[in-house]
Design a protein around this ligand. Sequence first.
Ligand code: SF4
Ligand SMILES: [Mg+2]
Length: 428
Amino acid sequence: MIEAKAVQSTYFTDHCSMPFCKGCGHTHVLRKLNDALAKLNIPPSKVSLVTDIGCIGLADALFETPHTVHTTHGRSTAFATGIELADAVLSDSKLKTIVLIGDGGAMIGLLHLVNAALLNVDVTVLLCNNFLFGMTGGQHSAFSPLDFLTPTTPEGNIIPPVDMCRVMIDARAEFVARKLATDRDLTEVIQDAIQHPGFALVEIVELCTEHGTAKNELTGNALRNIIEQQGQEFGILCNTQSRGEFGVVYSNKYPRERAFTSPQKDDGIVPVYDSKLKQPVGIIIAGSAGERVQSAARKFCEAAIRCGIHCTQKNDNPVTQGSGFSLSEIILSPKEIYYTGIEHPDAIIIVSDDGLLELHEKGAFERLTSTTTIIMDAGLPKPHTQANIVEYNFRKEFGGSKAALKALELYVKQSGVFPLDAFLPPAD
Ligand code: SF4
Ligand SMILES: [Mg+2]
């Protein structure tokens, strides 16, 4: 961990040299970000820098900060949102989380930008807009101006560019600015964005000297003129504080003491019975959708928890939800469960032909040995298997909707995994 320095004049690593092409706008942006951090005198240990793919993604290696995360293309804002929420909810140290993203990544990860703005999470996004995908050969992006020449728009771009500042304002962002990388006051605007309590985005319009200037006339005031001809404005376009920063809102609603309270106490299930369970037990129950298979499994698991048993339940059903099979895999264990898969089930409970068919299709019966007990409805055809089969007329006696519950009740009686009293019948 790097200790805070009294006054930090540079945040770049020792012997840092810019890896970008000569004249690339990224160099301006990073120098101004460095100046902004120095003016704010934020300890490097309190800065979290998040980048993704693209030339600007080379930035994280240049900064002296213990928190740099290089992420997948366009996803840096999503990672930054997670970092910021974890910091707000789990830690007292207030990180300044800064995203450096290109125009290519910004459109790939548009949803993450919109979501971060809606949340008003305390993340500052510096969006480096050079109108193209620089690292991969200069292909056009959603920010390319009309008529812009790139290898993928050799006769000029015919799709109008996105106005990301407008999109962010529509997504309720409260600090939004657009600047040129060469603007003298860019440092101050970045400072303001970092200090803003909540989501802030600065779109920084800049040159890709390798690809942008090769085919397009971008000298003098060209960048400013292009943006203004698109009907877009420069400056701080929005700077308000009408709602709380998400980390504060969340922490107020869900105080940390509550987050760390035992889930056993939270869900109200208090162990009141003893169990003699010594080894983990794996049970699969299979039936038909709409016949309360998974809710019966849940009652069974709740009964187990009432006996102080650790328990997992994994449900499976077709996407149609209301038709076909319904299945639950349950593990009971006297110790914590770290793996929720069942390789060799101790019991399989089958209460309908849909459940039987699904287990056949999974090839479940071929793998069984005599250590598994199958409890199944007597009206179903018996599978070929080495497992022991016990039959009972669940459907005939109790109907389809109670078959799963009654089959689990029988299993509790026969196996003795926990006292039957803990397995309360549902209130009808
Ligand atoms: S390719 Fe373009 S964006 Fe990448 S470093 Fe060179 S000038 Fe900068
Ligand atoms: Mg770009």
